[in-house]
Design a protein around this ligand. Structure first.
Ligand code: ADP
Ligand code: MG
Length: 270
């Protein structure tokens, strides 16, 4: 099996992953993607969670085929891609069928690299591909990590956050050794942050001490507008751009671009 993602020059594929549920993966995928598109990047969100929250949160709820049909059914990625209402932002939606893929993939050749292989033909159309992972380290998340150049980890500042990170880092290391030697950490973003909460602040200090500059300076505050937006099928950046959550994700997009040397202020990459 080839090492490293089959990657069109210039496309960056980022898996948004954390085996814990409810830490802000989908919220981050939706709003970071929107922030990147607002900065002029062409972006594809691949929904790899059978719950399909990234799809509905981006207003994509009616579609004929989905990522399941590509991974298992032999369909083509380009037939699955839908446009969102945000210019420059496309979505490859997921349906509940994808839940079966965890099991069905087991019997398929190259089961770990189905996503990498099927995604390759459309990569060249995008500057960024964000993969919204399910809350488990099963075959779907493995497919995301094999297809990705890097992993972006949303981390909720709570007890045991660091223990969860250690597990995730071990899985990333295993994927790196077996399938994708160039996989790296895009960054860690602290989500649902509440600066008045002592535990939050102390977990933040631990995470920053441990992971240093891999932790984004931008933190995402707890903000009810972020949780309201999906029920309107809109990213928070469209639903209420002025809210603190939307502003934080806009800053996160700018920080991510800046770190890669394509930021609005044109700072060199770190
Ligand atoms: N910063 C935030 N402030 C308030 N609510 C949030 C925030 N981030 C996520 N949520 C809400 O928390 C829940 C879990 O977030 P979600 O992004 O779906 O997590 P995951 O994809 O990791 O399971 C959702 O209801 C979401 O709307
Ligand atoms: Mg999710």
């Amino acid at each position: 099996m080839p090492q490293g993602p089959v990657r069109a020059r210039g496309t960056r594929t980022i898996a948004v992953a954390n085996q814990k549920g409810g830490v802000g993966k989908t919220t981050t995928a939706i709003n970071l993607a929107t922030g990147l598109a607002a900065c002029g990047q062409s972006v594809l969100v691949v929904d790899l969670d059978p719950q399909g929250n990234a799809s509905t949160g981006l207003g994509v709820s009616e579609y004929e085929t989905d990522v399941y049909d590509v991974l298992i059914g032999g369909g083509r990625f380009e037939d699955v891609i839908c446009r969102s209402e945000i210019p420059g932002l496309d979505v490859a939606p997921a349906s509940a069928d994808l839940a079966g893929a965890e099991i069905e993939l087991i019997d398929i050749p190259h089961r770990e690299s189905r996503l990498r292989e099927t995604l390759a033909p459309v990569l060249g159309r995008y500057d960024y591909v964000l993969i919204d992972c399910p809350p488990a380290l099963g075959l779907l998340t493995i497919n995301a990590l094999v297809a990705a150049d890097s992993v972006l980890v949303p981390l909720q500042c709570e007890y045991f956050a660091l223990e969860g990170m250690t597990r995730l880092m071990k899985s990333i290391e295993r994927i790196r050794r077996a399938y994708n030697e160039s996989l790296n950490i895009q960054g860690i973003v602290l989500t649902m942050y509440d600066s008045r909460n002592n535990l939050c602040r102390s977990v933040e200090a631990d995470v920053r001490a441990h992971f240093n500059d891999r932790v984004y300076k931008t933190v995402i505050p707890r903000n009810v507008r972020l949780s309201e937006a999906p029920s309107y099928g809109k990213p928070a950046l469209v639903y209420d751009l002025a809210c603190s959550g939307a502003q934080a994700y806009a800053r996160l997009a700018a920080e991510l671009l800046r770190r890669e040397g394509v930021g609005p202020i044109g700072e060199a990459a770190e």
